[in-house]
Ligand binder design. Structure first.
Ligand code: GLA
Length: 678
């Protein structure tokens, strides 16, 4: 179990470093990330390279037994680079430059940026490939965090190149994008630009390809740096820090290129439910590389500085959220950052060592967490979950496009399905629809708008093999170019479902339930749509008198060969099917033609679990308690400020003492092994 944070010695006079290291030892720090924003310190001017200070830092850490996650420092080019080469700057959809003065202002496809950053990485890798302190390489930082999309000239050139390799010729692209519509037909790839500002909505196929291209262009940057690190003879694992369910980068496509997944996570302490969203991202990270423990690379010890209002974490909350990550598969807990900055944009951001010093609660909790983590037993990998939730960036990208029946936030809806399972303590993996699903008992495919033929085959095999599949709204709508299949909606899934959608029926969406990570335009469209007049809900009724509330969509189904489990009870489709089920092989496939509210999701999930005989590892009614499972070890966390009691018998996994029911104070946790299943 590794413990530490981002360490920025370049922000401090050298006299402070010895104190840093002494304090790190006091806090039980075992690894720090060094160099993330040190480009200007490493290359104070063009052509120069000064790493002697870094030699001293690494030696000091190594002598103290502290390992280093060495960053490649490429996330924020110094002002001299763009002053000499303005073409290095990224541009927005209006063509305006993102000027230096913050960070991430570079165009990812800029040849100048690529050459300069690779030169820096080469020097670092050659110098430190065999340094005994370096145990991990940290490439760049939070790719696309601020700069989601770049519309610069270099992006245009690179986009055209990407399109040339995707399409055999320009007419294949024209057909894929449907460019006869609105006279958009291209005669050559050279006429294509990134989707810069246009009078009205843009071609959906072009938008989707631009999102694919952007994720791939960033991956190319990552791979370029990784290749240099390897070429220098470095054998340590290589990572880059992800940001949970982040819209711009298809982390699943990236995952196989990372030796270890690492994630940055900042649930809002002011939101008592934010731990549930954090659980979703932990499960996503674990599922990206199920056989390798992941690292919680950055979180805050207390408040962040970038929300409109920045609440501190409550006493114990930092440990609760850290242990949540451990319980859900993490083998390392890190923070942004080690020592709170005195100057710069993030000076109000909490740190392991606060500016207020070591007499603070934050420092005491940091020291305590270090001690607690070091006392943990070796933890087995997280148990494979019985339930899988489909989450796919391609569907997310396409759904985020304009001109749909309703503005939908794909990730927020997926997160709500996850929350329904989380409230019941049921373990969930987060999967791609085309992967082998045979290990699962239940698969929930929320809004699987875009499904490849491979995904359809995997879902079909899953059902035939005995699984229960719930396709929950807006399923199998579009092809890979965000156009329709010749046979219409649900064309590929119709044989499995025994039903198809003929119209989607948009309802006025609810206001966003979570802090959205969507690019601004989607967040704005969602807010505007939520303010519209019109019907917001539809009632879905079961024959036994139960009902649920649907939102976003009331799709009209044509049922050919399926059982109708529930019908619409109001609205224009009253009496028509809303939930169908069809047996196939040893399993069954259900289609739900709307998106339930939270209570509706809970009741559907409860029914699916019951029918499939899936139970939580521990029977806990209080939804503020979280239970996660790694092998035979359960991590039980109280995410509330109240004292709670949990009925459980087993052995304390840390102390070895017998456990016979546990009482947990505010944000307390306990690890128990040998628990009899509920
Ligand atoms: C991310 C970044 C850090 C810092 C923090 C602030 O984790 O990687 O550099 O900006 O956010 O919360």
């Amino acid at each position: 179990m590794r413990y530490g944070g981002d360490y920025y010695p370049e922000q401090w006079p050298e006299e402070v470093w010895a104190d840093d290291v002494a304090r790190m030892r006091e806090a039980g720090v075992t690894m720090v990330t060094v160099g993330v924003f040190a480009w200007a310190r490493l290359q104070p001017e063009p052509g120069a390279f000064d790493a002697e200070w870094l030699d001293r830092v690494l030696d000091l850490l190594h002598d103290a037994g502290i390992e280093v996650d060495l960053a490649t420092a490429t996330a924020s080019p110094p002002p001299w680079l763009s002053a000499a080469h303005p073409g290095v700057l990224a541009r927005d959809a209006d063509g305006a430059a993102y000027w230096p003065g913050s960070r991430q202002h570079y165009a990812p496809t800029s040849p100048v940026y690529r050459e300069a950053s690779r030169d820096l990485v080469r020097r670092l890798a050659e110098r430190y490939a065999h340094h005994p302190a370096v145990r991990l390489w940290h490439v760049n930082n939070e790719y696309a965090c601020h700069l989601h999309y770049d519309y610069s000239e270099s992006a245009a050139v690179a986009f055209r190149g990407w399109l040339r390799s995707r399409y055999a010729d320009i007419d294949e692209l024209n057909d894929a994008w449907g460019t006869w519509f609105w006279s958009q037909r291209f005669t050559s790839f050279d006429e294509i630009s990134p989707p810069r500002r246009a009078p009205y909505s843009r071609n959906p196929g072009g938008l989707l390809d631009f999102k694919r291209f952007t994720s791939d262009a960033l991956l190319e940057l990552f791979l370029g740096e990784k290749e240099i690190i390897r070429a220098a003879g470095a054998t340590q694992p290589v990572t880059t820090n992800f940001m949970g369910a982040f819209p711009v980068v298809d982390y699943r496509r990236w995952a196989s290129h990372l030796d270890v997944i690492s994630d940055d996570s900042y649930p809002d302490p002011a939101d008592p439910e934010s731990f549930r969203g954090a659980a979703f991202t932990r499960d996503l990270m674990r599922s990206l590389k199920p056989d390798t423990p992941w690292l919680l690379m950055e979180q805050a010890t207390s408040a962040v500085s970038w929300r409109g209002a920045n609440a501190p974490k409550a006493p114990g909350q930092m440990a609760a959220l850290s242990m949540q990550a451990v319980g859900r598969g993490a083998d390392g807990i890190f923070f942004f950052q080690w020592r709170q900055s005195r100057r710069g944009s993030e000076r109000f951001h909490s740190a392991m060592l606060p500016i207020a010093g070591t007499s603070t609660r934050v420092w005491r909790e940091v020291v305590q967490l270090g001690a607690d983590l070091s006392a943990l037993p070796e933890l087995p990998p997280a148990a494979p979950a019985p339930v899988a939730l489909v989450f796919d960036w391609e569907a997310w990208w396409a759904i985020a496009g304009p001109d749909h029946p309703v503005v939908l936030d794909y990730a927020a809806v997926a997160q709500r399905w996850h929350a329904a399972l989380h409230r019941m303590q049921v373990p969930v993996d987060i999967v791609h629809p085309a992967q082998d699903l045979s290990a699962y008992r239940i698969v929930i495919a929320s809004l699987p708008y875009l499904l490849s033929p491979d995904a359809v085959a995997a879902l079909d095999a899953f059902v035939r093999g005995g699984g229960t599949l719930l396709v929950a709204g807006f399923g199998d709508v579009a092809d890979e170019h965000d156009g329709f299949h010749a046979e219409g909606f649900t064309a590929q899934l119709a044989p499995l479902l025994g039903a198809r959608v003929v119209e989607h029926g948009g309802l006025v969406p609810p206001p966003p339930a979570f802090e959205l990570k969507e690019p601004d335009d989607v967040a704005e469209r969602l807010a505007a749509a939520a303010a519209r007049p019109g019907r917001r809900e539809v009632t879905v009724a079961f024959s036994d008198g139960r009902s649920l509330t649907g939102q976003y969509l009331e799709e009209e189904l044509e049922v050919r060969d399926a059982e109708v489990l529930a019908t619409y009870a109001d609205g224009p489709l009253a009496g028509k099917p809303a939930l169908t089920s069809r047996g196939s092989g040893a399993g069954r496939a259900l289609y739900l033609a709307t998106v339930p509210d939270d209570a509706g999701m809970s009741s559907i999930v409860a029914e699916l679990l019951d029918a499939a005989g899936v139970r939580a590892p521990l029977d806990v009614a209080d939804q503020r308690i979280e239970v996660s499972q790694r092998g035979d070890v359960l991590t039980i966390i109280n995410h509330s400020a109240d004292q709670v009691e949990v009925r459980v018998t087993g052995t304390d996994a840390v102390t070895g003492e017998v456990v016979d029911d546990v009482r947990l104070g505010a944000f307390e946790w306990r690890m128990v092994r040998g628990v009899r299943p509920a």
